[in-house]
Design a protein around this ligand. Structure first.
Ligand code: GN1
Ligand code: MG
Length: 369
């Protein structure tokens, strides 16, 4: 097969899927991997699948992504089955194998592709519309964490080393800023100032890690609101998706990324930053749903640092977007030239709001314990 024949339809033929393909089109709002929706005609009924190409710039060893994902989905499936749930197909990501029985297909470019079943009658959102969505989504992420809380940390690989290592991310930021290869420093002045203003957030995580205070666990590491599927009719959070970064890490990062992506009323690339704010009613619903599942599992140190996790991850995300802007947009896919700057500005606005409301956030957590 020549490179020119590498159409999506062609890639799909390597997977054990019955019927004939009707449609293949780009799908979803992820910033990293190429994702496609495949629609098949299977004896008169339409069946959907998701095909994804793993970004090898981001995931240097794509096979680790697949190995971790398979391991964690088996783990979850077993727990669900043991708790009496017979049909787990809407509750956990299901991989489709290739004809030679592999969980992925590698093409001539050494790109890795995998296929999962599409979950019908469910939706995702890029921002939360009502508290119940936050409650349900947090409950789903909480259940996910509960079910994997006995996963052996040393059996999982790091799909991205130092993923939430703020110190490393700041080092990269410093060097990209010093180089200013794309002459973008001037246009990002206020954001660079904000990066400086909140740099103090770094010290606490360093001392927490130094003193080994936070348990290293298998966590999701990318608990964005659009990584949980909600049921069309009930809004119930039914399935956590995007398992690429499931690996050892810290619960406060996952909690933080939920706060970052659930509580703002607008998407992370909303240009009007006056709309960006940490909504406390949504935060309450989030905490309620998450602690419903995990109250007994979290350690005191984790509980004490949940709000800090929200500050930390929102700061980290601001730095990541700003770094990528200064670095010529090499990491995140962008739709226009200052997309990453807009994202960074938005995330700094959210950080400022979180900083201002941290006391009431802490009180909310106390209330639900
Ligand atoms: C990326 O692929 P996606 O959109 O789910 C990124 C996350 C960021 C997020 C920002 C592997 O997630 O860490 O928080 O964008 N994933 C990776 O929206 O870097
Ligand atoms: Mg992702």
């Amino acid at each position: 097969m020549g490179l020119k024949d590498m159409s999506i339809e062609n890639i799909a033929t390597h997977f054990r899927i019955n019927g004939s393909i009707l449609k293949a089109k780009p799908f979803g709002n992820g910033h990293i991997n190429d994702t496609y929706l495949l629609v098949y005609n299977q004896s008169g009924t339409e069946k959907k699948y998701i095909l994804r190409k793993i970004n090898k710039y981001v995931f240097k060893k794509p096979e680790t992504v697949i190995q971790n994902s398979l391991k964690i989905t088996d783990h979850i499936k077993n727990h669900l089955k043991n708790s009496g749930i017979k049909d787990t197909s809407r509750r956990v990501v299901q991989f489709v194998k290739t004809f030679d029985d592999k969980p992925f297909f590698t093409d001539e470019n050494h790109d890795y592709w995998c296929v999962i079943l599409f979950i019908e009658n469910a939706y995702t959102v890029d921002y939360v519309r009502k508290p119940n969505q936050a409650y349900e989504a947090a409950k789903a992420f909480g259940l996910f964490q509960k079910l994997i809380s006995d996963a052996p940390v040393n059996e999982y690989q790091y799909t991205i080393p130092d993923f939430h290592n703020l110190q490393k991310r700041l080092n990269l930021f410093d060097s990209v800023l010093a180089d200013d290869m794309y002459s973008r420093k001037e246009s990002a002045k206020p954001e660079i100032e904000l990066a400086k203003k909140y740099r103090f957030l770094e010290t606490r995580i360093e001392s927490l890690l130094e003193r080994d205070e936070l348990p290293l666990r298998i966590v999701h590491n990318d608990t964005k609101i659009n990584n949980v599927m909600l049921d069309n009719e009930t809004d119930e959070g039914i399935c956590v998706i995007d398992l690429d970064t499931v690996m050892p890490g810290y619960i406060i990062s996952d909690f933080g990324d939920m706060v970052r992506t659930f509580t703002s009323p607008v998407a992370e690339d909303e240009q009007d930053t006056s709309k960006v704010t940490m909504r406390i009613d949504i935060f309450k619903a989030l905490v309620n749903g998450y602690l419903f599942q995990l109250k007994e599992i979290l350690t005191q140190a984790e509980i004490d640092n949940l709000v800090y996790g929200a500050q930390l991850i929102t700061y980290e995300q601001s730095i990541r977007f700003l770094t990528d802007y200064l670095n010529g947009d090499v990491y995140y896919s962008t739709a226009y030239s200052d997309h990453n700057l807009i994202r960074a500005r938005n995330q700094f606005a959210l950080l400022e709001s979180i900083m201002g409301k941290s006391d009431s956030m802490k009180n909310t957590i106390k209330f639900f314990l």
